[in-house]
Design a protein around this ligand. Structure first.
Ligand code: C5P
Length: 309
């Protein structure tokens, strides 16, 4: 009998993103405060007895037509399923059904959330005795944001992204999250292209990072506004001027402070409260793709299941 597991996998924003140096392997060493947000991909994974891995994606408020041009074997969720199959040594396969709510090419880690969620669902189905955190290290081979998302909650990412340090220790009281508006200019940006053109910031901005971490630890959005930083922002604004327009629109709409998320193209504006975020959203130009969301300092992905039909 086929069993199913369901995971709600959050997207993210980067409160800070420092690009420290270019590495010999072509990647960059970075330092980033990553915050999951309350915009979720819903991933339903059902076992298949024939060993195949198949994928179906439907958009909920996002355009998924781009995915049609991407062969399934290149999809991060499918790659994650193959990795889990290898790690478990199982003959089984699975069907992955994804409801996408995080826009594609937005710098909000939708594809990485799909991979992290697929790994957690297959952990629940195929290796329930193994802790989710043991998958963090192998997940790095799939993409730089995946270890952080799989770990869960507010984290500091270093190295290529694979060195993950939680901002709150287990059992510690977790501060409230921040409310924000994310706006997506409906242009999908290739992370690779952005990194190819960025200039690593050689100055030591560790104070920014430490202060940003403190603002998260204290749930102090006003303090966070003083330290938000994105070393890719200027490169992206130059290459994709529409992203700058959204940045300006969020500022004009009354955001406390605004910033590009990851390699873009989404931009987020921090708010005092949910009501304030809704107010900012209402002032964005008509037809803008935007969401009011909350950061999730202690969210942990958990699979519902295994469920049997
Ligand atoms: O790891 P991921 O597949 O998400 O990265 C996409 C691209 O972004 C990489 O191919 C690389 O060009 C760039 N990148 C980088 N340094 C990082 C993360 C990503 O140069 N730490």
């Amino acid at each position: 009998m086929s069993r199913t597991a369901i995971v709600d996998a959050p997207g993210k924003i980067n409160l800070t993103l420092e690009i420290l140096s270019k590495r010999k392997d072509g990647y960059h060493d970075l330092r980033s405060v990553l915050l999951p947000i309350s915009l979720y991909e819903t991933i339903t994974v059902t076992e298949r007895d024939d060993g195949e891995i198949t994928l179906e994606t439907v958009g909920d408020g996002v355009d998924t037509s781009e995915l049609g041009n991407c062969p399934p074997e290149k999809n991060l969720a499918v790659k994650a399923a193959w990795l889990m199959k290898d790690l478990c040594g199982t003959d089984k396969g699975c069907h992955i059904h994804i409801v996408k709510r995080v826009p594609i090419g937005a710098g909000m880690a939708g594809g990485s959330a799909d991979a992290a969620g697929t790994m957690e669902a297959l952990r629940a189905l195929w290796m329930p005795e193994v802790e989710r955190k043991t998958l963090v290290e192998p997940s790095a081979m799939l993409g730089s944001d995946i270890p952080g998302l799989l770990y869960g909650g507010a984290i500091l990412m270093e190295g290529r992204g694979e060195i993950v340090t939680p901002i709150f220790q287990p059992g510690e009281r977790v501060a409230k999250g921040f409310w924000l508006v994310v706006a997506f200019p409906r242009v999908a940006i290739s992370t690779k292209k952005v990194y190819e053109n960025c200039i690593p910031c050689l100055t030591d901005r560790s104070k920014i990072c430490d202060n940003a971490i403190n603002s998260v630890r204290e749930g102090d959005v006003r303090a966070a506004c003083r330290y938000i930083f994105n070393g890719l922002q200027d490169t992206v604004f130059n290459q994709y001027p529409e992203t700058k327009c959204f940045y300006t629109a969020l500022g004009n709409g009354g955001a406390l402070s605004q910033m590009l998320s990851g390699s873009g193209s989404a931009v987020f504006g921090l708010a005092e409260s949910k009501e304030h975020a809704l107010e900012i959203q209402s002032r964005l130009p008509e037809g803008t793709w935007s969401k009011v969301v909350e950061t999730l300092p202690d969210s942990v992905m958990a699979a519902h299941g295994p469920l049997t039909p």
